[in-house]
Write a new protein. Sequence first.
Length: 214
Amino acid sequence: MISTVIATPYELARIPLAVLDISLSGLPETSVPRVTLDRAIGMSDKLAGALLRNDKIAKRGADRIERSDKLQLATRLEQDAAIRREQARDVAAAGSRQAAQQRTAAKKRVVSGLQEADATEARGKQQAKSNATKTASAKKAAATSRAASRTAAVAQTKARVDSATQAKKQAAQRAAKSEVDDARKTKQAAAETRADADRLSGLTEAKKQERKQS
């Protein structure tokens, strides 16, 4: 009873704070004015209860401060959770973007790899075709060279045969001419011998006649 009587002046002095508390009741409990007023009233009640040795007032102040602290803690935790959720969304979005970029880059690498493989295959085919053409040209040139060599060898052989044939022909012609010349000379010598014999026989016969006549 005595503590209640002693507390009455404080309760009367606290009325403006209570009225202000009621007037701010429309604001969120976590708003700055409400939090500031709650802590001011709580600290006032707690201090007054300690001074007046009124446990009810002190507990009312302590409960108000604790409730305000819990609300602020819950608000901070909710804000932290919201920040973490936002960060998680940002990380997820960044991860999605990175994954999309990686998929796009992977697709590009696949396409680039396929294009490079096609280009390499095309270059290989072109190189093989070029090598085949070069090989065919080289074989054709070698065959042409061999054919030319064989033709030249045949021509040289024919030339040697023709030369030998011509030489033999010329030698035969010279031999035949020599034989004809020898035969003509022999015939001429025989004619001259017969003529000499005829003259000698005439002379002999003339000598005989002369001896007979004498």
